[in-house]
Design a protein. Structure first.
Length: 139
């Protein structure tokens, strides 16, 4: 009985020393990408972000078309259809989130261009995701 108790106690001591180990350092808070319109006069910020969003949206449409074409060429029509649905759902989510950001920043220094900036940043992220998918399909 003493031997079993010693083994259990030893296991508990080992487990407690693992649990008592110092916690890993906290990760730094994610930083917001600066972007091409930072530091502009407030009056010009919204127009700048809208222009940058339009450019990003064109790039996203191009990546989306390439991805769909690659799936179809590989006879993966079901994946092409799923990407279309996913993309539609993503556009709805982007719109909803950026509408929220516009309202959340109303009356603050971050208000100028907040919706267009949000749409630009999320579109850049989605474009990078699709570019990675296209690269993966090419290899």
């Amino acid at each position: 009985m003493k031997k079993k108790f010693g083994i259990v106690l030893s296991a508990l001591v080992s487990a407690s020393s693992v649990l008592a180990a110092p916690a890993p350092a906290k990760a730094a808070a994610p930083t917001v990408k600066a972007g091409p319109c930072e530091g502009m006069p407030t009056i010009e910020t919204n127009a700048c972000w809208n222009k940058e969003f339009d450019i990003a949206e064109s790039g996203l449409k191009e990546k989306f078309t390439i991805a769909i074409d690659r799936f179809k060429a590989a006879k993966k029509d079901a994946l092409a259809d799923q990407l279309k649905k996913s993309h539609y759902d993503w556009v709805v989510a982007r719109t909803s989130h950026c509408d929220f950001m516009e309202k959340a920043t109303a009356g603050t220094p971050a208000e100028a261009g907040s919706k267009a900036r949000c749409k630009y940043q999320l579109t850049q992220d989605r474009m990078n995701t699709l570019a990675a998918l296209i690269a993966q399909m090419s290899s």
